[in-house]
Each structure stands twice: as C-alpha cells, then as structure tokens.
Design a protein around this ligand. Structure first.
Ligand code: IMP
Ligand code: MG
Length: 179
C-alpha cells in the first residue's frame, strides 16, 4: 500500500523550488557562456530526474543530457560503501564539460565515487550540482559547485526524492514524519 502523502510536511513549496531552480539555471548559463567544449548534464537517476528536467529548461545554452544509475552496495558500514554503476551513460563525456546533477548529498560517498569514475573518462571539467545539501552529515570531501537548498538532518521526500519508491511525484519537498 502506498503511504499517505499527507505525512510529508512541506519545507520547500513548489513556488520556492521553481524560483530557486530558475536562479540556478541563470547562474549556470552565465558560468558556461564562453565554454568552447560541449556542456553535458549527467543526471543521477532516479532522484534527480525531476529536478534536472526543470533545471535543464532554465539553462539557456546548447546542452546535452545523459542519465546514469549508480547504487551503493557492499556491507552497511558507510566507510566501506562501494558504488556500482547499474546503468551507464550512453554518450562519451571525453572533452566535454560535465555538470553532474543529483537530488541530495548526504554523506557524500555516492557523488564522490561517481565523480571519480567520470574523471577517468577525461572530461574537460566536472562540476557538481545538487538540489539539496545536508552539509552536517558529510563524511567525505565532495566539493559542490551549485546547491538548491541547504537542509538540516531529517529525511526529506518529494520533487524526485523517494521513500520506498513513493513520494517522487510530490510537487513540493516535505519532511517525512514517523507515523
Ligand atoms: P550519500 O552517498 O550518503 O551522499 O547518499 C546520497 C543518496 O542517498 C541520495 O542521492 C539519495 O538517493 C539518498 N538520500 C539521502 N538522504 C535522503 C533523504 O533525506 N531523502 C531521500 N533520499 C535520501
Ligand atoms: Mg540518489
């Protein structure tokens, strides 16, 4: 049975998200305006699917988009967490400016490892863009270039983020309360 959507208490409204995404798009457009090499968004599925499709439409530059599914596995201790690529990119990123887009950075393990994998493919550059950043929870260095919102600890859902694969379709971001 799907959980009750009402238990997700809104922390960022649909309007607040759209305003922030527009501003991010403007900043990114400005930053890559004079780039000679192609710009490609590398989108981490599934969480970043909704954020990235709104963000892409606010980037007023020629833009490629490609998708990747990465998954953590191994034992449950974060320090030995490995990242496995479930679905790899279709396109080459060699010589391109990569904008790596994720939904949320928590410990930083996933993005750090994905970024390291992508670096071996000789892109022109890699920058990281995340919708949400839980800075206080960081365990490994993961330099973030573009952040939608900083948040405190707590489990959030909506606008692409899930709990047990539900809530991704909420137009707002909510804090999931224990029920
Ligand atoms: P990290 O490797 O700990 O940074 O893991 C980040 C990933 O964990 C994100 O891409 C999400 O898929 C998931 N995650 C972490 N915190 C939350 C949350 O509050 N809500 C939903 N997913 C989360
Ligand atoms: Mg994720």
């Amino acid at each position: 049975m799907p959980p009750d959507n009402n238990i997700a208490q809104e922390i960022f409204s649909e309007t607040a998200i759209q305003t922030r995404v527009k501003a991010l798009g403007e900043t990114i457009s400005k930053d890559y305006k004079d780039a000679k090499e192609p710009l490609i968004m590398v989108i981490l599925m599934k969480g970043a699917a909704i954020f990235s499709s709104d963000l892409a439409r606010q980037i007023k530059l020629p833009l490629q988009m490609d998708y990747m599914i990465a998954s953590s596995y191994g034992d449950n201790t974060f320090s030995s967490k490995e990242v496995r690529i479930i679905k790899d990119l279709q396109d080459s990123i060699q010589g391109k400016h990569v904008l790596l887009v994720d939904d949320i950075i928590d410990t930083g393990h996933t993005l750090q490892k994905v970024a390291n994998i992508l670096k071996t493919r000789e892109p022109a550059s890699i920058r990281i863009c995340t919708l949400l950043n839980k800075k206080a929870r960081r365990e490994v260095a993961c330099p973030v270039d573009y952040t939608g919102f900083e948040i405190d600890d707590g489990f959030v859902v909506g606008y692409g983020l899930d709990h047990a694969q539900y809530y991704r379709n909420l137009p707002y971001i909510g804090l999931l309360e224990e029920s």
